[in-house]
Design a protein around this ligand. Structure first.
Ligand SMILES: Cc1cc2nc3c(=O)[nH]c(=O)nc-3n(C[C@H](O)[C@H](O)[C@H](O)COP(=O)(O)O)c2cc1C
Length: 547
C-alpha cells in the first residue's frame, strides 16, 4: 500500500497523506543498510555529551526512602499474574515503585571511570526517558506533580495543588505515572535512528513500571485515549518558561496505577492544574546541539490526537507459564537485570525453559506487563533458534495472537513449513530447520551476541497499518520494548541473560523472512544466551554515592 492511499483504496486527505508519507520516509531513511548505516553524527562530540540526569532547579526535593528490599513479592508469582495484597498508596509505596522500575540498579567502574545503570535498560545507556508522578495527597506526600530523579532516588515537586476537586479526580485509589522523552540524549550518539530507540526505551519503561506496580499489588493501565497535549499539560512539559534554554521533553504516555476498575478524570486534573503553583526550571543537558530534521518530522507525523474507545483485547485464558529455575524476590531480579555484552557460544537452554519464556510474551489478564495495554497484541516474533536442547536449530515464528496466522503466511516466504511446535496453547511454528547463526550475526550489524546466544529474534510489526493512524507507529515500538523487557526478566530468572538489539540491518531480516512490503516490518531485535562477563569491570551498589 502507498502512504498516499488509505484503507479500502481511498485517497487520503492532504494532511493525512503528508503524515503517512513522513512516516514512510522516516521508516525507510532510518533503516541501517548493509552498504550504509542510517545517518548519524559521524563521531562522538564528548564535550556536548548530554547529562543523563535532569534536574529542575528551584523545585523542592523530596528524598525517597529505600524500602524495596523489604518487599517480599517474588517474580515467579507476578509473572503468573498472582499479585500480592495491595500495598498502601503512601510515600513508601511510591518509593518502592520508582526504586525498582526507573531507579539505579548499580554503578559500573573501569579504572577511574564510572557510570550508572538503571532497572530500565536504554539504548547506549543514554536514558532519554523521564518519569513523573501525579498524585492526590498521600500519607507522607503532598498532592502534586513530581519529577523523579533516579540518580538521587528523589522526587522534585514541580506543582503544588490546593484544590479539593483535584483529590476526587483520582478515583478510589490510585496515582498517575507519566513518561516523557528527551530525544537529544539518543540523537547525540545515534542521529536519525535515535527516535526509534527513544520509543523502544519508552516501552521498556512502561513495562518496568507495570512489573514494579504489580509487585506492590497494583494494576497498571495506559491512559491511551488522551492526546499528547493533555499528557504535556498534566506533566508541565508544555511550560515554555520552565524550559527556556533547556532541551524540551516530548509527551509519551500517562499510566494509571491503581486497584479495582476506577480511572482518573484527566480533564479534572488538567483543570485543577490551572490553579497550581509550579516550581523549578529544567537544566540544560548539553551546551550545543545538532538538529535532526527527520526526528522533528517523525515526531510531528506521529502526534497522538484524542482517540475514542478502547481497542478490543482478547487475552485467551491459558495455563500459567512453567516456573523458571531461580525463584527471586522481584526487587532483586529488577536490580540484577543486565544486558549481556558477550555470550559464551556454548550454553544451551532446555526446550521447556524456552517455551515457558515465550509463554510470558503472550497477553494475560491483569498480568504485567500486558495489563498496561488495552489493545490486542500487534507484534509477532520471528526466532532464530541456535542452542535450545530438544529443538531443531532454525527459524520459528511465535504468533502472539492466533488471528495473524493467515496474514503472516501470505506475507512471508510461501515455502515456509509452518509446523506447530511446543505445547498446544503456544502458537509457535517451525518455518525452516537450518543453522542460522551467521545470518543472525550479519542481520544484527555483525554483532557476535546474535550468533553466540541460545536464540535471537526480530519483532514484526504491521507498520502499514500505521499509515492510517500514524500515532500507532510509536505504540508499535513501545510494544516491542515491552516484549524486550519481559525477555530481559525471563532470561535473568532462567540464569541466562538477554540484550536488546537496536542495531540491525532491517531489510536483511526482511529478505530472510521473504517480506517484500510494509505489511510487516521488523522493529526491534533481541538475543538471549549464556553471558560472559568482562572481568575488567567492577560493580558497585546503586546508591552508595548519595551524600
Ligand atoms: C532499545 C535498545 C537497543 C539496544 N541495542 C543494543 C545493541 O544493538 N547492541 C548491544 O550490544 N546492546 C544494545 N542494547 C543494550 C544497551 O546497551 C544497554 O541496555 C545499556 O548499556 C544499559 O545496560 P543495562 O541494560 O545492563 O542496564 C540496547 C538496549 C536497548 C534498550
Amino acid at each position: 500500500m502507498e502512504p498516499g492511499v488509505g484503507a479500502g483504496g481511498l485517497i487520503r486527505d492532504p494532511d493525512e497523506s503528508r503524515r503517512a508519507s513522513a512516516l514512510f520516509d522516516y521508516h525507510e531513511r532510518s533503516k541501517h543498510r548493509l552498504d550504509r548505516y542510517a545517518p548519524g553524527p559521524g563521531g562522538l562530540d564528548w564535550a556536548n555529551q548530554p547529562d543523563p540526569f535532569r534536574r529542575f532547579a528551584g523545585a523542592q526535593t523530596v528524598k525517597l526512602p529505600f524500602a524495596a528490599d523489604r518487599l517480599a513479592t517474588r517474580y515467579n508469582a507476578i509473572r503468573r499474574g498472582e499479585l500480592p495484597a495491595v500495598h498502601a498508596f503512601d510515600l513508601t509505596g511510591i518509593a518502592i515503585l520508582f526504586e525498582i522500575s526507573l531507579g539505579l540498579s548499580a554503578w559500573k567502574a573501569f579504572g577511574s571511570t564510572r557510570w550508572s545503570l538503571r532497572c530500565n535498560p536504554s539504548s547506549g545507556n543514554l536514558h532519554p526517558t523521564e518519569g513523573y508522578l501525579v498524585c492526590p495527597p498521600l500519607p507522607g506526600l503532598s498532592a502534586g506533580v513530581y519529577h523523579y530523579v533516579s540518580r538521587d532516588h528523589a522526587l522534585e515537586r514541580r506543582a503544588a495543588i490546593d484544590d479539593p476537586s483535584w483529590n476526587g479526580a483520582f478515583g478510589d485509589l490510585g496515582i498517575v505515572v507519566g513518561l516523557t522523552s528527551i530525544y537529544w540524549r539518543e540523537a547525540w550518539k545515534y542521529g536519525m535512528r535515535a527516535w526509534r530507540y527513544c520509543q523502544h526505551d519508552c516501552g521498556h519503561a512502561i513495562a518496568a513500571v507495570s512489573y514494579a506496580a504489580a509487585a506492590l499489588g497494583w494494576q497498571t493501565r495506559m491512559l491511551s485515549s488522551v492526546a499528547d497535549e493533555l499528557v504535556a499539560a498534566v506533566l508541565g512539559i508544555d511550560r515554555e518558561t520552565d524550559f527556556s534554554l533547556a532541551e524540551r521533553e516530548t509527551a509519551d504516555t500517562l499510566l494509571w496505577i491503581g486497584v479495582g476498575a476506577s480511572h482518573p478524570e484527566l480533564d479534572r486534573i488538567k483543570d485543577s492544574l490551572r490553579n497550581a503553583t509550579w516550581f523549578g526550571r529544567a537544566d540544560r543537558l548539553s551546551a550545543e546541539h545538532v538538529q535532526w530534521p527527520d526526528i522533528d518530522s517523525i515526531h510531528r507525523a506521529t502526534h497522538k490526537p484524542v482517540t475514542i474507545g478502547r481497542d478490543t483485547t482478547n487475552a485467551t485464558p491459558m495455563p500459567p507459564p512453567g516456573d523458571p529455575p531461580l525463584d527471586l524476590p522481584f526487587a532483586t531480579l529488577a536490580r540484577q537485570r543486565r544486558s549481556a555484552v558477550d555470550f559464551d557460544g556454548e550454553t544451551h537452554i532446555g526446550e521447556e525453559r524456552f517455551y515457558a519464556m515465550l509463554e510470558t510474551l503472550l497477553p494475560r489478564e491483569n498480568t504485567p506487563p500486558w495489563n498496561a495495554l488495552d489493545s490486542s497484541p500487534s507484534i509477532h516474533v520471528a526466532l532464530l533458534v541456535h542452542r535450545v536442547s530438544g529443538l531443531d536449530a532454525g527459524l520459528y515464528m511465535l504468533l502472539r495472537e492466533g488471528a495473524a496466522l493467515s496474514d503472516l503466511r501470505q506475507s512471508l516466504r510461501l515455502e515456509w513449513l509452518w509446523e506447530k511446535r511446543g505445547p498446544g496453547h503456544l502458537p509457535l511454528y517451525l518455518l525452516l530447520p537450518y543453522e542460522l547463526r551467521e545470518i543472525a550475526k550479519l542481520i544484527c550489524c555483525h554483532q557476535n551476541i546474535a550468533a553466540d546466544s541460545c536464540f535471537a529474534l526480530g519483532m514484526l510489526a504491521p507498520v502499514e497499518r500505521s499509515f492510517d493512524e500514524p500515532w500507532r507507529y510509536r505504540r508499535m515500538f513501545w510494544e516491542c520494548g515491552m516484549l524486550g523487557h519481559a525477555l530481559y526478566l525471563e532470561a535473568e530468572a532462567a540464569g541466562v541473560r538477554s540484550t536488546g538489539i537496536g542495531c540491525f540491518f532491517d531489510d536483511e531480516m526482511h529478505d530472510l523472512l521473504g517480506i517484500a512490503d510494509h505489511r510487516w516490518q521488523s522493529l526491534y531485535h533481541f538475543t538471549t544466551g549464556g553471558p560472559r562477563d568482562d572481568p575488567r569491570l567492577s560493580t558497585l551498589p546503586p546508591y552508595q554515592f548519595l551524600p
